[in-house]
Design a protein around this ligand. Structure first.
Ligand SMILES: [Zn+2]
Length: 217
């Protein structure tokens, strides 16, 4: 069989590549999939493992620290996270304060399956967030300082642990994506002012004409 006839005999499915793997593409604000709720993962199979590897690759390639299923066009409750352990100005590691940080940061990059936050601290803090689906825009978001996370790890046990620091921030941002929310929805009107024109410009390019940021604050 010639190469050409092999090509013609292979099934051509719209969202799969030549090798039958899911084609993942970073989605930008305005894409309806970012506003949809992702569905629980029911089975960890080879396809999911491939997807997780592809998501980690896309995250690294785009210099992100986290990526959720919706952001690559996949309505599955899967999140990948990778960032360096915190250090002081001299590069010495800072102590990790919560059990979740101690458990998860050494394992990064990590893939969380069906992650959920089961409680939020009343104490909150602000931090400038960015998002691969909202390119080159950064704005202050107030979130809980600590959360209790329950999740399955792709290649490990179920984790139930309190998480603080940057991990708490990333988890809240990524799990928001799975629920169809983007961090700009949590930016106060005051904090939105400095980026308003950048956001408007991006939306003109990426979103349908009647698109509105549905505020959660
Ligand atoms: Zn994001």
């Amino acid at each position: 069989m010639s190469f050409v006839s092999v090509l013609h005999s292979l099934p051509r499915r719209k969202h799969k590549d030549f090798f039958g793997r899911m084609k993942l593409k970073l989605r930008i604000i305005g894409d309806p999939i970012l506003a949809a709720k992702a569905k629980p993962v029911t089975e960890i199979d080879d396809e999911l493992i491939d997807i997780s590897q592809d998501m980690i690759q896309i995250m690294h390639h785009s210099h992100g620290v986290g990526l959720a299923g919706n952001q690559v066009g996949l309505l599955k409750r899967i999140v990948v996270i990778d960032f360096d352990a915190p250090t002081d100005d001299d590069g010495n590691p800072l102590p990790l304060e919560t059990p979740g940080e101690k458990q998860l940061i050494p394992l990064m990059p990590i893939t969380l399956i069906n992650p959920e936050i089961i409680s939020y601290s009343e104490e909150k803090c602000g931090f400038e967030e960015g998002c691969l689906s909202v390119p080159k825009i950064y704005a202050n978001v107030v979130r809980s300082s600590r959360v209790v996370l329950r999740t399955q790890l792709l290649n490990g046990p179920t984790v139930l642990a309190e998480c603080g620091g940057f991990l708490a921030r990333v988890l809240q941002h990524e799990i928001d994506h799975l629920d169809g929310n983007i961090y700009l929805q949590r930016v106060s009107d005051e904090d939105m002012k400095p980026v308003q024109s950048q956001v408007a410009k991006l939306l003109r390019k990426s979103a349908p004409r009647n698109f509105k940021i549905r505020k959660l604050v």
